[in-house]
Design a protein around this ligand. Structure first.
Ligand SMILES: Nc1nc2c(ncn2[C@@H]2O[C@H](COP(=O)(O)OP(=O)(O)O)[C@@H](O)[C@H]2O)c(=O)[nH]1
Ligand SMILES: [Mg+2]
Length: 196
């Protein structure tokens, strides 16, 4: 049987409020605005234009739903903690995402994406704490690892691991360049959804 990672992905829908009910295991991707969420999902699905990516922070205010064949759903959550939006908008973000995370029976796990090039950000730590409260499996990924010199990668990943209280080996290093980390990330997703 084909592995999920080798099957075609399609964009299903986008919404600012509620997603349609899900009939298959779902993995949500969250992290700060502009951290590289949409790019990472595109790299996972080997499709450059599945989701729009942008150099301008704060563009994605919507939840996007992607289906991988008839197996699983990948959910691109709006960026967290964009500094230039006001408190009201940030609260609206929090409410939308909390509602989604709390009321989604099919949700098998959450991928928390951080920027491998930066020290742990307050927003990352805040989000990590909020995710602990959901009791969902949380997988840490450090993307843009191509921006960290090889000799410094191990130490930088360890700094992130400690600050965000991840188990050994996490966050997984990832980059859209050469899809570095794609297989390891799919292995972890397969584990969360319970099927290859
Ligand atoms: N160097 C590098 N840049 C990346 C990587 N992933 C995303 N980017 C860039 O980061 C910016 C934000 O990406 P996007 O996927 O739109 O972030 P999102 O707001 O979290 O969905 C874009 O300019 C991407 O080209 C990566 O692995 N390495
Ligand atoms: Mg995006």
């Amino acid at each position: 049987m084909a592995r999920t990672r080798d099957l075609p992905a399609t964009w299903v829908t986008a919404t600012t409020t509620e997603l349609p009910p899900s009939d298959r295991p779902e993995i949500a991707f969250c992290g700060r605005s502009n951290v590289g969420k949409s790019s990472l999902i595109n790299a996972l699905c080997r499709q450059k234009k599945l989701l729009r990516t942008s150099g301008t922070p704060g563009r994605t205010r919507m939840i996007h739903l992607v289906a991988v064949a008839d197996r699983i759903h990948l959910v691109d959550l709006p960026g967290y903690g964009y500094a230039r939006v006001g408190h009201a908008e940030r609260d609206a973000w929090g409410q939308m995402v909390e509602d989604y995370l709390g009321e989604r029976p099919a949700l098998a796990g959450v991928v928390l994406i951080v920027d491998a090039r930066l020290p742990p950000q307050d927003a990352d730590i805040h989000l990590r704490r909020a995710l602990v409260d959901t009791h969902l499996p949380v997988l840490g990924v450090a993307t843009k690892i191509d921006g960290v010199p090889r000799s410094k990668q191990r130490a930088q990943l360890e700094v992130l691991r400690r600050a965000l209280d991840f188990p050994p080996g996490r966050p997984l290093p990832f980059s859209v360049e050469g899809s570095q980390g794609r297989d390891a990330l799919w292995d972890a997703i397969d584990e969360m959804t319970g099927r290859p």
